[in-house]
Write a protein that binds this ligand. Structure first.
Ligand code: ADP
Length: 733
């Protein structure tokens, strides 16, 4: 299109030509005429005429020159304007094109687009928006019409100022989920508008909802499975309690060797079944994502040593050595889940004992590679694990060929350990050369407390000779003694001992009972001048102590040797000739000294299962107490009241939790309410339950129980609990 103002300028420029030239010519002729007429006497003078005409001509020429110059300038300007005009026309075409393309883009866009002014009036909508709104563009433009919102999601604002939110919109084709992005459009020439672009995300939201529902259903199913397993395990534990307890009682009667073998087999099978139930229950809890981790400070050394002592009888029964080394640089107290650490250690060490026939098992606890990390290493001298088996044994229900053939175990222990370690942000792995033992290691972040550690003993200047055929315990003891500054030599037999004895003056001899009686007697002969002669023995060899003393040993250490016991034994003054053997140091056997417990308590046992009741009564009687049985909660309550009123209340109540009529929880609530009413002292009440879940324990404690004993009951457990109550009562007094 042409610019009219510029186009109009062209004819007017050309029209100026005659307008200017004509007056110049007229003026020239006129001036010549005038000049020719003018003379002093009034006569015609041709000279003057010629001069006048020439002057006029010169003026005319000058005017013409100026005119020509200006015309030229005007022409140039005109051309320039024409060029600009063409460029502007081109730009305008391009802009129009771009606007059309943008419009087509917005129209063909799958997203809905709407623009509104500050008052909310619609200034632009695309086709997709019209479809969503279910009306025409004409009706929408200029109106403030909003969509029919069924649900509004949360708003969020991005760093560039874009606001995003989801809406569920009612449309003609049903509800749709739209994800909106609202952007302010600023312009120098127009008021600010808000452009909202909405994307239909209905399919995605539906898929997410379906997934969430599926996840909830799976979690429900998993919870139901856990509940089912808990119930089944409870049902299995109860008769198992009877089997284990009764076989214990049977083993204490006079049996023929054959009968004793069969009874022990019954007991071992029962124990295996019990361990299996525990593992399956544990695994189901882990599967259901129900591992609640604790983060509380605990003493690292005692936890490790107690755990190992629990397994020591099993190892010693097989003739295996078992020992622990705890690096002295580790903090004494660390923060973490002590129960879970113990569970993993028990599992790995239990396996190490199970799969080792000769030699032993060692557990080393040392600093890991990262700050606050602790590495636990369980080494054994067993058959080891083939490389292809190493890869899969951490999976669920995976067993090595030999274990699978033997039909022992569940293949869950390592899977549980791996899950536990990983949930505590640790790592677990195995290294093994078949035929050469296996080394399992797990590392855990366990931040230590910066409390000062107890000072390590100083044995510098001491020379200690250890004679032991074992390859596990003696080197670990030597490591501790070297840490404490002693000079230590470890030899495997008396021949090597005889060779090394003359090398220096030894002040301590530690001889392993496993050398055999003859070798020990032989060893004592040339070592008469050694001040401290200590014998190392397993708890089962305690019966030999008197003889060993007579032979010349002045002290003893029970395997597995606790670090504190070792330090205390070596720090003690050498015994005088004929003095009793140094036995005043805490021994390491965890089997409680049943004979040493307080006797003669009057105990009310509320238990509805006849076999369990019989068993508990037998255990308590054997411990020297006076049990009184009640068959359910109501009978227990009556018996409690009657004893109270007669002025001879019970000393303790053992209360089964699940009982008909009145359950254990309700019965204990009544007892507590009664005590509060009459101001009676608190009666210790222990819950007996087959449910091992923490929430069951919690329920018992909050109902008013003092503690919980998990079935199956053993005499040791009962004796321990009664002793603990006694200590608590003393502390409170
Ligand atoms: P389970 O002991 O019930 O069979 P685990 O998950 O504890 O199940 O162990 C899986 C397998 O790993 C075992 O069956 C055994 O083959 C192998 N295994 C574990 N620990 C050792 C070990 N210390 N020495 C040799 N093999 C082992």
């Amino acid at each position: 299109m042409q610019n009219p103002s510029i186009a109009g300028a062209q004819p007017s420029a050309r029209a100026k030509w005659p307008r200017i030239v004509l007056p110049v010519i007229v003026a020239t002729v006129a001036l010549g005429g005038v000049a020719s007429q003018v003379r002093a006497d009034g006569a015609y003078n041709p000279h003057l005429f010629a001069i006048g005409t020439a002057g006029l001509l010169a003026v005319a020429c000058a005017a013409l020159g100026i005119l020509a110059f200006r015309i030229r300038a005007l022409h140039d300007r005109l051309q320039e304007l024409e060029a600009r005009n063409t460029a502007l026309a081109r730009d305008k075409d391009a802009l129009t094109d771009a606007a059309e393309r943008a419009n087509r883009f917005l129209e063909s866009h799958g997203d809905c687009i709407v623009r509104r002014d500050r008052g909310g009036a619609i200034t632009y909508v695309n086709e997709a928006y019209c479809l969503l709104a279910g009306t025409t563009r004409e009706k929408l433009i200029g109106s403030t019409r909003a969509l029919d919102v069924l649900e509004q999601g949360d708003f969020a604002v991005l760093s560039d100022g874009t606001r995003i939110h989801d809406q569920k919109i009612a449309t003609m084709s049903g509800p749709r989920w739209i994800a909106w992005r609202d952007v302010p459009l600023h312009s120098a020439h127009a008021p600010t508008e808000i452009q909202s672009a909405g994307r239909d995300v209905t399919d995605r939201v539906n898929a997410e909802q379906a997934l969430a529902e599926a996840r909830d259903r799976a979690q429900d199913a998993s919870r139901a499975k856990s509940r089912f397993l808990a119930t089944v395990s409870h049902e299995i534990r109860t008769p198992l309690n009877g089997i284990l307890g009764m076989s214990d009682l049977l083993l204490e009667t006079r049996l023929t060797p054959e009968q004793a073998t069969y009874t022990r087999a019954v007991k071992t099978s029962g124990e295996t079944l019990l361990a299996l139930i525990g593992e399956i229950l544990d695994f189901s809890k882990i599967e259901a994502g129900r591992i609640d981790l604790d983060a509380r400070p605990f003493m690292l050394g005692p936890l490790i040593e107690e755990t190992i002592e629990l397994l020591a009888p099993r190892a010693q029964e097989k003739g295996l050595e078992i020992a622990t080394y705890i690096d002295p640089d580790l903090p004494a107290r660390v923060t973490g889940d002590a129960m879970r650490v113990r569970q993993v250690l028990l599992n790995l060490t239990g396996n190490a004992i199970k799969f080792t026939e000769t030699g032993g098992v060692s557990i080393a606890v040392e600093p890991g590679i990262w700050p606050d990390e602790i590495a636990f290493t369980v080494r054994d001298t067993g058959a080891g694990i083939a490389p292809e088996e190493q890869k899969r044994i951490f999976g669920e229900f995976e067993q090595g060929e030999a274990a699978a053939k033997a039909g022992s175990g569940s293949g869950l222990g390592l899977a549980i350990s791996r899950r536990l370690v990983e949930s505590m942000n640790g790592r677990i792995g195995v290294e093994s050369i078949p035929g050469n033992g296996a080394t399992f290691e797990f590392t855990l972040p366990l931040p230590g407390e910066s409390t000062p550690r107890a000072a390590a003993p100083d044995f510098s200047g001491r020379s200690i000779l250890i004679v032991s055929p074992g390859a596990v315990e003696a080197p670990i003891m030597a490591r501790h003694l070297v840490d404490w500054g002693a000079h230590v030599a470890v030899v495997p037999d008396i021949r090597a001992a005889a060779a090394i004895l003359p090398e220096r003056i030894w002040d301590t001899l530690i001889a392993d009972h496993a050398l055999g009686d003859a070798a020990l007697a032989e060893l004592l002969k040339p070592t008469g001048d050694i001040a401290r002669r200590i014998v190392l023995l397993t708890p089962s060899a305690r019966g030999d102590l008197q003889r060993l003393r007579d032979e010349g040993f002045a002290g003893y250490l029970i395997k597995p040797v606790r670090t504190v016991s070792l330090a205390a034994r070596l720090a003690a003054e050498p015994a005088r000739e004929g003095a009793p053997m140094l036995a005043d140091i805490e021994e390491t056997s965890i089997v409680p000294d049943i004979e040493g417990l307080d006797h003669g308590l009057s105990i009310l046992v509320a238990e509805d299962n006849e076999i369990n009741a019989l068993l508990t009564r037998a255990h308590l009687s054997k411990l020297g107490h006076r049990p009184c049985l009640a068959g359910d909660g109501a009978a227990a309550w009556d018996s409690y009241l009657a004893a109270h009123e007669s002025g001879a209340p019970y000393d303790l109540v053992l209360m089964d939790v699940r009982m008909p009529e009145l359950d254990g929880l309700e019965a204990v609530r009544r007892i507590r309410a009664h005590e509060a009413r009459i101001g009676a002292p608190r009666m210790p009440v222990i819950a007996l339950t087959a449910n091992a879940f923490p929430e069951d324990r919690e329920a018992c404690l909050s109902a008013g129980m003092d503690d919980v004993l998990v079935k199956p009951l053993s005499r040791e457990k009962l004796a321990d609990m009664i002793a603990t109550l006694g200590r608590r009562a003393q502390a409170a007094a």
